[in-house]
Design a protein around this ligand. Structure first.
Ligand code: 5GP
Ligand code: ZN
Length: 136
């Protein structure tokens, strides 16, 4: 048995409120939802986080996440949805099998966006250039 909890769910060794499954991806309800309809979409092949996700798996994963976001929004009567990926423990990742959170949202639901910081124009310029040059 794998020691990855999501691989165990994929293998059917741990139950879940399953929503959708095909050869590549699986979707089920998050066990500790932050809103009604909060679900997770994951690739069936294990990768620790988004950095290790094969290029070919990106489109099926996010395509399903977007479709389920809209369906979950409609079904729950929400007004929008967030797609969130926590990459790394510093970003809040707790289960190290790549997954996308799909979270139906409504105005006044109490979920907060993160606080803003001040960054100087000079530093913004440097950061943009550094990130751009790191791409290739
Ligand atoms: P992360 O913080 O890694 O992005 O999110 C992991 C998510 O997985 C959490 O929201 C948590 O509630 C959910 N989760 C953890 N264990 C289980 C489980 O055994 N079953 C289900 N359905 N969700 C889980
Ligand atoms: Zn896994």
């Amino acid at each position: 048995m794998s020691d990855c909890i999501f691989c165990q769910i994929i293998a059917g060794e741990i139950p879940s409120f399953k929503i959708y499954e095909d050869e590549t991806v699986l979707a089920f309800l998050d066990i500790q939802p932050v809103s009604r309809g909060h679900l997770l979409v994951l690739p069936k092949t294990h990768s620790e986080n988004l950095a290790g996700l094969a290029e070919a798996e990106i489109a099926p994963l996010f395509s399903l996440a977007r479709r389920l976001g809209q369906v979950a929004q409609n079904i729950t009567g929400a007004e929008g949805f967030n797609l969130i990926v926590n990459k790394g423990s510093a970003a809040g990742q707790m289960v190290f099998h790549t997954h996308v959170h799909v979270i139906p949202r409504s105005a006044g639901d109490g979920l907060r966006h993160w606080p803003k910081i001040e960054v100087s124009t000079e530093e913004m310029k440097t950061i943009a250039q550094d990130i751009a040059s790191g791409l290739f």
